[in-house]
Design a binder for this molecule. Structure first.
Ligand SMILES: C[S@@+](CC[C@H](N)C(=O)[O-])C[C@H]1O[C@@H](n2cnc3c(N)ncnc32)[C@H](O)[C@@H]1O
Length: 238
């Protein structure tokens, strides 16, 4: 199975419903966001790109903290929802494929965030190259992603090295969001980040204790074992 573009556009309303439930539950119940925000620190006044912003969840959080946010996503239907959720127009939401160059913003952003996007991007090297070009010198890129090792542990895939293949997200499919991720190795992701001109500053393993996710019968994780399902990479453009 090979897809060159992902299909969030076809499931925008269902995806927005999932995010709304996450937002309503509060940041403290989100396994990733508290650590993500702690790592970001003070964002007020920072020219910030939310790369793969979806319906604007992270953009709204950062705008409330005083960041000057541009949210970009390839899915036009999600951008439409994002704009509707920001009636004051505080955030600049735009539709673009971030795997393609974005010359308007060359060396522009102080901070780039990308929350749970990288696994879903077909041309991940193009995506990181674009982010490298639009970050200013000294700017940061903070990415959260599904830990590529965890896809094996969780029974999503059987071969960690089957790089580039698309697989369905099973949990999201059950909620009507029939999208997929691309398996890539951590080695490939890191190589793409470094080739795009970033330097790695931190790698955070995000704990996902029992109960964070529905336990599946084919999980390789015995009851009581813990494994990080997500990670955060924090990088800097010298
Ligand atoms: C799991 S969603 C995350 C959305 C948002 N960051 C959030 O936290 O809710 C992944 C997003 O990546 C976007 N995406 C995938 N490939 C992209 C690309 N090449 N350029 C821009 N956005 C992309 C999808 O459209 C989708 O909105």
């Amino acid at each position: 199975m090979e897809h060159k573009s992902n299909r969030y556009d076809d499931f925008a309303l269902q995806y927005a419903k999932l995010v709304a439930a996450r937002e309503e539950a509060g940041i403290e119940h989100d396994p990733i966001m508290p650590r993500f925000l702690k790592l970001l620190g003070d964002v007020s006044g920072l020219l910030t790109l939310d790369a793969g912003c979806g319906e604007g969840y992270v953009s709204r959080i950062l705008a409330r903290q005083g960041a000057r946010v541009t949210g970009i996503d390839i899915a036009a239907s999600l951008i439409e929802i994002a704009r509707a959720k920001d009636p004051e127009g505080t955030i600049s939401f735009q539709v673009a494929d971030l795997s393609q160059p974005l010359p308007t913003y060359q060396n522009h952003f102080d901070l780039i965030v990308s929350h749970l996007v990288l696994n879903d991007v077909y041309d991940y090297r193009g995506f990181l190259t674009t982010l490298g070009a639009v970050a200013r010198s000294g700017g940061r890129l903070v990415l959260s992603l599904n830990n590529p090792y965890s896809y094996v542990v969780r029974g999503h895939i059987t071969n960690y090295f089957e790089s580039g293949k698309a697989f369905p997200y099973r949990g999201m499919a059950e909620e009507g969001v029939k999208v997929h991720f691309y398996q890539r190795t951590l080695e490939e992701y890191l190589d793409a980040c470094l080739s795009a001109g970033f330097q790695l500053q931190h790698l955070l393993d995000i704990p996902t204790p029992e109960g964070t996710f529905k336990r599946r019968s084919d999980t390789l994780l015995p009851v009581g074992y813990q494994f990080p399902f997500f990670m955060i990479l924090s990088l800097r453009k010298p």
